[in-house]
Ligand binder design. Structure first.
Ligand code: IPE
Ligand code: MG
Length: 234
């Protein structure tokens, strides 16, 4: 979700105003994904690098996270959304961490959209932590290093149990991954749009999904192999 600050600046407003407006897009996109029957939506809300922003903006973002989740939790629950979190949650202000934990707890039994919020998230950190976990298990004799494979590694990531993303959307015209799900995005389709996040609404999501549906995902194979396997697909 990129471009909140620029969106606000273009309107002669403070960056924080863009974050407030961005919440309305989050609401609409979460609803749309639920309606479409999408299984998993990951929102990159705050990266570990975002801590380096001016303190006033970081504080405003943390407060916005708390007030938003507090306000939305009832509707999320009603819509059968299950909230998950990834990232360095220990680094969050206690009020924010507590509110997020509460959202997780309240929605734990829901079976609809899995909404994964990446907060204070860094993919490199996640990968290093996974390596550390496996190395520790090996050093303690609980794991034979020869048994480490992709499956085991994936189970050590914060996204253990979630499928790999099929589509990554980045708004606001930047063509970067910015330390987001580096391992999991290996075969994701990437979609970039110049639309700033506060302007990104249902219509733009549909455009992204239609674009995705028109792509041929070959996973390293050749086109003919994919077509002969997909005969029964609508
Ligand atoms: C994305 O918008 C929201 C967060 C990172 C929290 P930005 O704040 O990055 O907006 P720009 O990129 O400065 O326009
Ligand atoms: Mg940005």
């Amino acid at each position: 979700m990129d471009g909140n600050g620029r969106w606000a600046k273009e309107r002669g407003q403070d960056r924080v105003y863009g974050h407030y407006e961005g919440v309305l897009s989050v609401r609409e996109i979460v609803d749309a994904c639920g309606d479409l029957g999408i299984g998993y939506l990951t929102l990159y809300a705050f990266s570990t690098e975002n801590w380096n922003r001016p303190k006033t903006e970081v504080d405003a973002l943390m407060e916005l996270l708390v007030s938003t989740i507090k306000r939305e939790i009832i509707d999320l629950d009603k819509n059968d959304v299950r909230v998950h979190l990834i990232g360095d949650l220990d680094s969050l202000p206690p009020a924010c961490r507590d509110e997020m934990d509460e959202a997780r707890r309240v929605t734990a039994d829901n079976k609809g959209l899995n909404l994964i919020i990446a907060l204070s998230y860094s993919a490199r950190r996640e990968i290093v932590e996974a390596a550390k976990k496996l190395a520790t298990a090996a050093a303690q004799g609980q794991l034979n290093p020869a048994d480490i494979n992709e499956r085991l590694f994936e189970d050590s990531l914060e996204t253990a149990g979630f499928p790999d993303p099929e589509l990554m959307i980045r708004t606001s015209g930047e063509h970067r991954i910015s330390n987001f799900l580096l391992y999991q995005l290996a075969y994701a389709e990437l979609y970039f749009t110049p639309v700033h996040w506060p302007d990104f609404r249902k219509k733009h999501l549909y455009e992204a999904l239609l674009n995705y549906q028109g792509r041929e995902r070959r996973f390293g194979k050749i086109s003919e192999q994919i077509q002969s396997n997909s005969g029964t697909h609508a």
